[in-house]
Write a protein that binds this ligand. Structure first.
Ligand code: PEP
Ligand code: MN
Length: 336
């Protein structure tokens, strides 16, 4: 429920409404705005009878929010959120964030080469998977904690914050020891216990859209993290499962402007997993930025043909450099 106050409502009137909400056993969240003050009501599991609130002095209207997300919505938080991701600011008014690196951490040499290559080309954050959610059990499952150490080593060598996926609650301690940003993968978008645990941490989170998740389910998943107190969530569109098999997934570009309208959280795009095809990655990366994405995450490998995972969708060094040159021109044109 959202209680909208008259713009001339006094502080006393606002306080009285907050007390009335608290007396109902609910939590009142004041939402100051330039045009109006609103009070978000949290903690109810069903419809709230607003009779005692509607009549209070200073109340203009009471809006019942039936969506499964509130805290991540623009209704409850009109101003855009800028997330500090390991020292890199992501969100409105910032240059687009470029996250790049291999799908999987393989060796020290591969990670060092990847880190120096993406850094030199202009990426701000290094990616690499140590715990890999592979479709089949016979595929490379990642190096685990040894991989995390290599990721940290490479990030430090190149002077970049690092991001990596966490698949299970038990991995959180190790991942937090080595990584600056936690990634929740598409397959875990609705692992609610994991989302809640990550919500209790003081660490930025990149939440990827589940491959069959609606936009509402995506935002509700983010709500799980924010509701536990961690507001540093970046959303990531990475393609959804459709009937089309010409691409690995179908990049749902139109949710970018929708998310920007519905939520205050930043959203980036992963065109690598969305397309699965190297030649499509640069053009869809640029299309994402044109659509309003706050950044992109690109798989880059020094030798994609020998990659242990997702080589077909990984750019090599020259490919990534060339994309970065195009992104720079685009950014100058869009005028971020
Ligand atoms: C990844 O980014 O490493 C990954 C596995 O992506 P997704 O969870 O989107 O499939
Ligand atoms: Mn991958």
């Amino acid at each position: 429920m959202l209680i909208v106050m008259h713009h001339h409502a006094t502080d006393d009137q606002i306080r009285t409404v907050q007390e009335a909400v608290a007396a109902m056993g609910l939590q009142a969240l004041p939402i100051p705005g330039s045009e109006r003050t609103a009070i978000g009501v949290l903690g109810n599991q069903g419809y709230v009878d607003d009779a005692g609130i509607r009549e209070l002095p200073g109340v203009r209207e009471v809006i019942h929010v039936s969506k499964p997300y509130k805290l991540v919505s623009r209704d409850f938080h009109p101003e855009p959120t800028v997330v500090d991701a390991g020292g890199v600011l992501v969100g409105d008014g910032q240059p687009p964030v470029i996250i790049a690196g291999p799908c999987s951490i393989e060796t020290e040499a591969q990670m060092l080469a990847s880190a120096h290559l993406v850094k030199a080309a202009g990426a701000q954050i290094l990616r690499g998977g140590a715990f890999k959610p592979r479709t089949g059990p016979h595929s490379f499952q990642g190096l685990g904690v040894e991989g995390l150490k290599l990721l940290r080593l490479a990030g430090d060598a190149a002077g970049m914050p690092v991001i990596t996926e966490v698949m299970r609650i038990e991995q959180l301690e190790a991942v937090c020891r080595y990584a600056d940003i936690l990634q929740i993968g598409a397959r875990n978008m609705q692992n609610f216990d994991l989302l809640k645990e990550v919500g209790k941490l003081d660490r930025p989170v990149l939440l990827k859209r589940g491959m069959s998740a609606t936009l509402e389910e995506f935002l509700a998943a983010a709500e799980y993290i924010v509701a536990e107190g961690n507001g540093r969530v970046i959303l990531c569109e990475r393609g959804i499962r459709t009937f089309e098999r010409a691409t690995r997934n179908t990049l749902d570009l139109s949710i970018i402007p929708l998310v920007r309208e519905m939520s205050h959280l930043p959203i980036i795009v992963d065109p690598s997993h969305a397309t699965g095809k190297r030649p499509l990655v640069p053009v869809m990366a640029k299309a994402s930025l044109v659509a309003g994405a706050h950044g992109v995450m690109i798989e880059v490998h020094p030798d994609p043909d020998r990659a242990l995972c997702d080589g077909a969708q990984s750019l090599n060094g020259p490919g990534f450099e060339s994309l970065m040159g195009e992104i720079r021109k685009l950014v100058a044109f869009i005028g971020y």
